[in-house]
Design a protein around this ligand. Structure first.
Ligand code: SAM
Length: 344
């Protein structure tokens, strides 16, 4: 297999080798899981009792993450997303945001959160350099929220979304896992939210993981079915999204302030435009959400590897990025890791 590279030319005209995988896809986006711990226990993601958490000593420090991001930026990574677990449960996340935001070449520092702690943290995060927020929210009904997340908190999440908008972190993307018989009767409530407010609600097909593999076949709804159900109620048109790097396709009813998106990992193949890799909380680079091959970066980081060495390792890792995933209904996507460790 051949490693492809792309030329990066900086402000003074120096040519560097930008990351690209064996299928010539430029890799410019790194998702970083900062913790595997979470303050919710969503039924499709995690058992009620939690998971065997990664030992604290194995989790990358902010200094280690910063060094890796510097190396990634030197080979063309431009966007970072902090995720988890729940990233806001990690202490002083704003400090990490500030460290990343000032790295040359990084022009987008985004966050995926369940929103529970966002009301207090949105402003300090924005001041530290955070640019955007995605909030996961599967229901607009308080009782149902407590049933799906196994903890209450809808009011706090809604306050968190408002705080994020006030702090300038909009337009907000809301990620909603669509589940038959669980929340699919709220499709139109979410669509109404996207019509009346400048928010982008993205429905995600439920993916099979250890926690839900029994239910997934019954609860899974294909994005095409969701769109058909929405189309039956009005003139739904495909529209441009709010930007970003995502796999979503967007649609809106006439006059809507926001839009509805669908992310279809099972029914729609977006791998040909994949631009991302993921770093697990314990410092392993995962080349595909659904592929268990990983490269250990924690060991070289802790051995004091230089930026150039880390950049060379990143180039090498590109060789094992798979061309596509082979996710299928009812079949586990990963035998090794929970979603909360990888960052979803
Ligand atoms: N705690 C953060 C949050 O809530 O956004 C980040 C981590 S969470 C694992 C990332 C996303 O993965 C959430 O939107 C969650 O709903 C989604 N997710 C988790 N398990 C999933 C599954 N089996 N199928 C589809 N989406 C899933």
């Amino acid at each position: 297999m051949v490693a492809h590279t792309i030329d990066l030319i900086d402000g003074i005209g120096t040519r560097e080798r930008g990351l690209a995988d064996a299928f010539a896809r430029p890799i410019t986006y790194l998702r970083i899981s900062v913790t595997d711990r979470c303050n919710l226990r969503c039924t499709y993601c995690m058992p009620e009792s939690g998971l065997p958490w990664i030992a604290k000593a194995e989790i990358l420090s902010y200094e280690e993450i910063e060094r890796l991001v510097r190396a990634a930026a030197s080979v063309g990574v431009r966007s970072i997303r902090l995720t988890g677990g729940e990233p806001l449960v990690r202490r002083d996340l704003a400090e990490l945001v500030a460290r990343i935001a000032r790295i040359d070449g990084i022009d987008d520092v985004a966050l995926s959160t369940n929103g529970l702690l966002l009301a207090e943290l949105a402003r300090p995060l924005a001041e530290a350099g955070l640019t955007r927020v995605n909030v996961s929210l599967d229901t607009l009904r308080p009782d149902r929220f407590a049933a799906i997340a196994r903890r209450p908190g809808l009011e706090r999440v809604l306050a968190g979304i408002d705080a994020a908008i006030d702090a300038g972190l909009g337009p907000i993307k809301i990620n909603c896992v669509a589940m038959r018989g669980v929340n699919d009767d709220e499709l139109f409530d979410f669509a109404e939210l996207a019509r009346t407010r400048r928010v982008f609600v993205r429905f995600i097909e439920m993916m099979p993981v250890v926690e839900n593999v029994g239910d997934q076949v019954d609860q899974y709804i294909a994005a095409s079915e969701l769109l058909d159900r929405l189309r039956a109620t009005g003139d739904l048109q495909e529209v441009a999204g709010p930007g970003g790097n995502g796999p979503a396709r967007y649609f809106a009813f006439p006059g809507a302030r926001g839009a509805i998106g669908v992310i279809s990992p099972l029914s729609h193949d977006y791998c040909d435009r994949c631009n991302r890799v993921r770093l697990t909380a314990d410092g392993h680079l995962r080349l595909c959400l659904f592929g268990d091959r990983e490269i250990d970066f924690r060991t070289p980081l802790r051995r004091g590897a230089s930026e150039a060495e880390l950049a060379a390792l990143l180039h090498g890792a590109m060789l094992i990025k798979p061309e596509r995933h082979h996710l299928r209904l009812g079949e586990l996507s990963s035998r090794m890791r929970a979603f909360s460790e990888i960052g979803g």
